[in-house]
Design a protein around this ligand. Structure first.
Ligand SMILES: Cc1cc2nc3c(=O)[nH]c(=O)nc-3n(C[C@H](O)[C@H](O)[C@H](O)COP(=O)(O)OP(=O)(O)OC[C@H]3O[C@@H](n4cnc5c(N)ncnc54)[C@H](O)[C@@H]3O)c2cc1C
Length: 411
């Protein structure tokens, strides 16, 4: 006998859980019944610090967490980004000319984002994921699926059966749901990996985030709560593999040399992790009775820390489309609802992905002519207040057609 839910979400990571909370959480005005399926136990991921990454959470994503009643649990682990500097990181760490600067360490008024470790985000989302409306089904992946026409159906590898009006694929970059629905991808991989690790340091960071553009790719130092920081160190694949193979002591020496002396002596926490980098998006963000969100729909270069924020926008927009249909008594997995969702989200995503791809290509090279031109362009931008504000609004996720949840309104 198949168990029946309004919506089934495949993938109980950050985007899947946020979508579940938007549709069936305690703050939803008309909560739907939601099952969230994952082969891997997310509670174990928190315990094992499975994901070493930390995420920049934009002001609008933070408003969404507040609207869903989650921010109180997450905020003790959040570090405001008071200042962001972008430098030409071609030279030594002590000699990196600042090209762009947003905010000021001594003034908390212009905070556009904050940093939170992914394991703390996951923990906060799991705390809100509760019955009666949300059920977590953990430990078995999906073996079979069919997408309609009347209902979508799923069978897990242990034989359990489910049916629903809508499946949401939040099953990441290699989404099996997306493949099963024959939705094509457009994009490419980079010969780059993002090395991620956190460290403690002697001197305070003052809430300053740093992005240094080096010929092998951007190197970001991101402030975490306390005297701790996290890095995303973009390296050519071969060089990233060499760094990963180093002993902890040798890695710490190379990292200290890369960070410089301004944070004092550093001590690495845990082991570095490396993520192969790519950029792609699905040709459509939906199929029959199926909607793609997060990395299942798009993967972008992490240089601006926007991937998760785009996924949260997907979850908010989809929840609004589904909620509106439900209120009007329409089929929540119907073609009109899903077309509205794709139309809302796809252009925004493709535009962001394309601009980040351009920035990565422009900066990840050693061409001195290009270097002079791009440094001059950034310095000019730094001096034009209106242009800088426009960049800051974009980085804070304040632009475009924001779904209600990202404006802090419940649905
Ligand atoms: C180096 C790096 C730094 C980043 N920094 C930032 C940042 O600062 N800010 C930001 O906004 N974004 C950032 N991102 C992007 C962000 O981390 C991702 O976009 C986000 O984590 C994707 O989450 P997701 O829930 O969509 O997918 P995933 O985290 O990939 O989760 C997919 C889930 O689906 C489950 N699953 C998969 N297949 C199945 C199946 N068949 N059956 C059942 N379950 C299944 C998996 O177990 C998993 O739990 C960064 C990315 C990288 C690589």
């Amino acid at each position: 006998m198949a168990r029946r839910f309004d919506v089934i979400i495949v993938g109980a990571a950050l985007n899947g859980l946020v979508a579940a909370l938007a549709l069936g959480g305690a703050r939803a005005r008309r909560p739907l019944s939601v099952a969230v399926i994952d082969a891997v136990d997310p509670y174990q991921k928190v315990l094992n610090s499975h994901d070493a990454r930390a995420s920049a959470i934009t002001a609008s994503s933070k408003r969404m967490f507040e609207a869903l009643g989650l921010w109180e649990g997450i905020s003790p682990h959040a570090q405001d980004m008071r200042e962001i500097i972008v430098t030409d990181g071609n030279g030594s760490p002590e000699n990196r000319p600042t090209l762009l600067q947003f905010g000021n360490q001594h003034n908390a008024r212009n905070v556009t984002a904050c940093m939170v470790e992914n394991s703390r985000l996951l923990e906060g989302l799991l705390a809100g994921t509760k019955p009666p409306n949300i059920e977590l089904v953990i430990g078995h992946g999906v073996a079979e699926q069919s997408f309609g026409p009347g209902l979508a159906k799923l069978t897990l590898v242990n034989g359990e059966q489910f049916s629903c009006s809508l499946i949401i694929a939040a099953d990441g970059a290699k989404s099996a749901m997306r493949s099963a629905a024959n939705i094509e991808l457009v994009g490419w991989t980079y010969d780059q990996m993002g090395l991620v690790v956190s460290f403690v340091h002697d001197a305070p960071h003052g809430g300053r985030a740093e992005e240094h553009f080096t010929p092998s790719g951007p190197f970001a130092i991101l402030p975490l709560a306390g005297n701790r920081s996290s890095i995303v160190w973009t390296k050519r694949t071969e060089e990233a593999r060499r760094l990963l193979a180093l002993s902890p002591a040798d890695f710490a020496v190379e990292l200290q040399a890369q960070v410089g002396s301004h944070l004092g002596k550093i001590a690495v926490i845990g082991c570095p992790q490396a993520y192969p980098l790519s950029m792609f998006f699905a040709r459509q963000f939906h199929g029959p009775r199926l909607a793609l969100i997060g990395d299942a729909a798009h993967v972008i270069h992490p240089l601006a820390g926007l991937g998760l924020n785009l996924g949260l926008r997907d979850a908010a927009a989809l929840a609004e489309c589904v909620g509106d249909a439900y209120t009007l008594g329409q089929d929540i997995g119907g073609q009109d609802v899903l077309e509205r969702y794709t139309a809302w989200r796809r252009f925004d995503t493709v535009a962001t992905a394309a601009s980040l791809d351009g920035i990565n290509r422009l900066f990840s090279n050693d061409n001195s002519f290009l270097r002079i031109a791009r440094d001059a362009a950034l310095r000019t931008t730094n001096q034009i207040a209106g242009l800088k504000q426009a960049f800051a609004r974009e980085a804070a996720g304040q632009t475009g057609d924001l779904p209600k949840l990202l404006r802090g309104e419940n649905i």
